[in-house]
Design a protein around this ligand. Sequence first.
Ligand code: 13P
Length: 316
Amino acid sequence: MHDTIEKLLAPTKGILAADSINGIVKRFLNVGLTFTPELDLEYKKMLYATPGIEQFISGTILNDNNIREDIVISNEIVKGIKVDAGLAPFGEGGEEATKGLEGLESRLKEYIGMGAKFAKWRGVVKISDIFPTDAFLNENLDRMIKYAKLCQENGLVPIVEPEILLEGNHTTTRCEQIETKVLQLLFEKLKSGGVNLSNLILKTSMVLPGRESGVKAAPLEVANATLRALKNSVPPEVPGIVFLSGGQTPDEATSNLNEIVKLKADAPWQISFSYERALQNELMEKWAGKVENIEAARAVFLQRLNTVSQARQGKL
Ligand code: 13P
């Protein structure tokens, strides 16, 4: 597990997330394409065969369909797998908890046989005047802890991913409060649940004002609020924190990461990225399902990877 973590957190690289089915369905629709498994496979083959991506990508998160398919991925890229089974309503109020514990251990063993070295479990937290409720947080994080423990027992590095959703009209301050509260509770539970904090990676969201608030925070404000939340909640034994892009534009996700890394000073963890949309939106728009666009699409993809890799080093 140590070796995998070291590879994933290589200083100039980050993780390419490519596991979201809902996400790819939407990205196809945005460029006028209808999702089919065949088109998804064609797209993923194009994506992973982009020459030179291993300079910027340390690992990639696949889903249950793609890991079973014949997609060539460079040996230099560590393979990971999303193992949660999505969201289901929790209570009556509109919160959604992550499911997927049933049969998890046998699936983990199967994925290890397919070459997976790490796994991912995503829990989402919605912010409103009344959300998140304590009952929801307790249940949803308890499930995440069970997943993390099972991964470590089987030799897979768990990525624990609590995502504070961008949707909502909350302020940056409220987002920071919730991010801090969620991460504090998560690490309390990981510790008391016997999960080894040195053998996991935290994937989480940056602290941002809600999308419907009408406010856009400058990178300096995002970086300060995000680093405060992390310093107040993430123990120093945790080797790395990788951000999701969470609906930010590729440029926003890049500049905000750059500012966070620039300001991280003596923060004890590696800070990197594990973006899906912010790495793939531009590529998808250029490609739009046409063979003749592949070269131009890959050029756009490499350009974005290069810029995000610079941001991961705080060099922009
Ligand atoms: P985004 O970067 O698009 O938020 O995705 C991250 C992720 O983990 C997808 O499942």
